[in-house]
Design a binder for this molecule. Structure first.
Ligand SMILES: Nc1nc2c(ncn2[C@@H]2O[C@H](COP(=O)(O)OP(=O)(O)OP(=O)(O)O)[C@@H](O)[C@H]2O)c(=O)[nH]1
Ligand SMILES: [Mg+2]
Length: 478
C-alpha cells in the first residue's frame, strides 16, 4: 500500500472509531461524573509548570483563592488528587515541582518538554438549591493538561509542502538576530549535497545543527523568538532521536523537483511523516478533547528581545488563535467533529516582575497584541479574555526614589543574590509600537528566586490565579 493510501485509510478508521467513542460518551454522559479538561499551554519558559503547580497547591490547601467564587463563598468542601483518566500519558509531576519550590534552598521546577496530565477532584456545594436538593454535594473532576505551545505552532505546517516551508525558513535567516544564530546550521547545509544518495548521518547532522539554531533563537540572552518550527524540535517529548524528527529544511525553490532516493527527497518524506504522524495525531488525540484553555504569554520576556521578538510572538498568537478557529481550517475542522474550546484565557505571565500599578498596562498591551492578531484570525464561538498573572508571586510592593521622584518598585531576592532587594523595572509603555521600540535598558526585567517562606500545607502566593480559575471554571462550580 502506498503511503498516502495508508494514511487516508488510517484516518478513516480513526474517524469511525472516534465517532463511536463520541456516541458512547454522549449516551453515558448523564450518568458520568462531570469532567472538565483544562489545557494549559504557552511557549517554552512561559510559566506553565509553575502556574499548574500553584493551581493544584492552592486548590488542595484552600484559602488563597478568594476570587474563585465557589471558594470565596465557602462552597468548596474539599479537593483531592485522583487517578488521571489517560493512563498512558505522563502524569504532571506535581509533587516534584512543589517540593522543588519548597526546598531549602528553594528551586524553580525543571523545564518540561512534553505533554502531561493531572486530575484534581473538587467536592462542592452547588449555589443552586434545586441541584442541592436533588443530590447533596457535587463533584467536578478537573483534568489539567500541560502541553508545549510550540506544538500548536505546527498548525501552519499542515498546509505547506517541504519546499515551500524550507523557503520560508531560509528567508527568515536573512534578518538579524536569526542570521547570526543560524551560521553553523547554514554552514552545515552549504556542505550538504542535496542530490546525494540518502544517508541517515547526513540527515542527523543537519537536524542537530538546525535544532540547535532553534534553541538559540529561544534561549539566547535577549533574543526570545517564538516562530520556531517544527515545534517538536524544541520540545520533542518522548520522540527525541526518532526518525520522524530527523530532518531539516533545505535550500529549495517552491515546486522544485526532488531526485528519487536523494537527501532532499528523504527530507521531504520525513517532513510529510512528521505532519501526519505527529502533528495530526497531537491535534486529534489531545487538542480535540480540550474544553477550556489557559494560554500563558511571556510578553515581558519578549519585550526584552525587542521588536523582532514581539512581532514573532504576535505571529505565534495568530497560529494559536487559528487552532481555536477550526471552521476555517480544512483538515482541523473535520477532526474536531464540531467540538470547540468553550473558554480561552490569555494571561500575561510573571506579572510579579512589575509593580501592581503596572499590571493594567501589561494586560492592555497583551490585549492589543491579541487584537491585532485576532483581526487576522477571529475566534468564533469561544469566550475569550485577557489578564495579567503570576503563578507564583516572588515579589512584594516597594517604593524607591529615582531622580528625586518616588517610583513603584518590586522587592524580592534576585536570582544572583541572597538578599532581598528593591528593583525598579522601568515603565511599560502604553502602546504596542512603543513596546517594540524600547531602547535596551528601558525595561530591566530581573529574575527572582521563589519566596523562601512557603509551606507544604499552605496556599502559594500568586497574582490573579483565582480570577483566572473563576473565568475558566467558575460556571462549572455554580
Ligand atoms: N517571578 C516569576 N517567575 C516565574 C513565574 N512563573 C515562572 N517563572 C520563571 O519562569 C521559568 C519557567 O517557568 P516554568 O513554569 O518552568 O515554565 P514552562 O512554561 O513550564 O517552561 P518549559 O517547561 O521549559 O516549557 C521559571 O523557572 C521561573 O524562573 C512567576 O509566576 N513569577
Ligand atoms: Mg514546563
Amino acid at each position: 500500500m502506498n503511503n498516502d493510501i495508508r494514511r487516508q485509510t488510517e484516518k478513516l478508521l480513526a474517524d469511525v472509531s472516534d465517532r463511536t467513542a463520541d456516541l458512547v460518551e454522549t449516551l453515558a454522559a448523564p450518568f458520568a461524573e462531570p469532567v472538565v479538561r483544562l489545557g494549559v499551554t504557552g511557549l517554552a519558559r512561559a510559566g506553565k509548570t509553575v502556574a499548574i503547580t500553584s493551581i493544584i497547591q492552592n486548590l488542595l490547601n484552600q484559602g488563597g483563592l478568594p476570587l474563585l467564587s465557589a471558594m470565596g463563598s465557602g462552597r468548596i468542601l474539599g479537593a483531592h488528587l485522583s487517578e488521571q483518566p489517560d493512563l498512558t500519558l505522563p502524569r504532571f509531576a506535581f509533587e516534584d515541582h512543589r517540593d522543588a519550590l519548597l526546598g531549602d534552598p528553594s528551586r524553580w521546577p525543571e523545564s518540561t518538554s512534553s505533554i502531561s496530565q493531572f486530575r484534581l477532584t473538587l467536592r462542592y456545594r452547588s449555589a443552586a438549591w434545586v441541584k442541592r436538593a436533588m443530590g447533596g454535594d457535587s463533584l467536578l473532576h478537573i483534568d489539567i493538561v500541560d502541553y508545549p505551545g510550540e506544538w500548536l505552532l505546527d498548525l501552519p505546517l499542515m498546509t505547506l509542502d517541504f519546499q515551500t516551508w524550507s523557503r520560508q525558513v531560509f528567508a527568515a535567516t536573512e534578518q538579524e538576530p536569526r542570521r547570526g544564530l543560524a551560521q553553523d546550521w547554514l554552514a552545515a547545509t552549504r556542505e550538504a549535497d542535496l542530490n546525494a544518495k540518502w544517508d541517515e548521518r547526513d540527515a542527523q547532522r543537519l537536524h542537530q545543527t538546525y535544532a540547535e539554531y532553534l534553541r538559540q533563537c529561544r534561549y539566547a540572552t535577549r533574543v526570545k523568538l517564538s516562530m520556531l518550527q517544527p515545534g517538536r524540535f524544541l520540545m520533542p517529548g518522548d520522540l527525541a532521536g526518532s526518525p520522524a524528527l530527523t530532518f531539516a529544511p533545505l535550500p529549495l525553490r517552491p515546486g522544485q523537483a526532488l531526485k528519487n532516493g536523494s537527501l532532499a527527497a528523504g527530507m521531504a518524506k520525513r517532513f510529510e511523516d512528521y505532519k501526519h504522524l505527529i502533528v495530526w495525531r497531537f491535534f486529534k488525540e489531545h487538542f480535540s478533547r480540550i474544553d477550556r484553555q489557559l494560554v500563558l504569554v511571556d510578553l515581558l520576556g519578549a519585550a526584552e528581545g525587542g521588536n523582532i521578538a514581539i512581532t514573532e510572538l504576535q505571529e505565534a498568537m495568530i497560529s494559536v488563535l487559528k487552532a481555536f478557529k477550526p471552521g476555517q481550517n480544512s483538515w482541523l475542522g473535520p477532526l474536531l467533529h464540531g467540538k470547540r474550546v468553550e473558554r480561552i484565557l490569555f494571561a500575561a505571565t510573571k506579572a510579579d516582575h512589575l509593580p501592581t500599578s503596572q499590571h493594567d498596562e501589561l494586560k492592555r498591551l497583551l490585549t492589543s497584541l491579541l487584537n491585532e492578531a485576532q483581526s487576522r484570525s477571529a475566534v468564533a464561538g469561544a469566550r475569550t479574555s485577557v489578564m495579567a498573572l503570576a503563578g507564583l508571586r516572588t515579589t512584594a510592593p516597594a517604593t524607591a526614589t529615582l531622580d528625586g521622584h518616588t517610583v513603584d518598585c518590586v522587592s524580592g531576592i534576585p536570582t544572583d543574590s541572597d538578599t532581598v532587594e528593591a528593583v525598579y523595572p522601568g515603565k511599560l509603555p502604553r502602546d504596542l509600537v512603543d513596546l517594540k521600540n524600547l531602547a535596551p535598558g528601558d525595561l530591566e526585567i530581573l529574575s527572582f528566586k521563589p519566596p523562601a517562606s512557603m509551606e507544604e500545607i499552605r496556599p502559594f502566593p500568586h497574582i490573579n490565579l483565582d480570577r483566572a480559575l473563576e473565568e475558566l471554571l467558575g460556571d462549572l462550580l455554580q
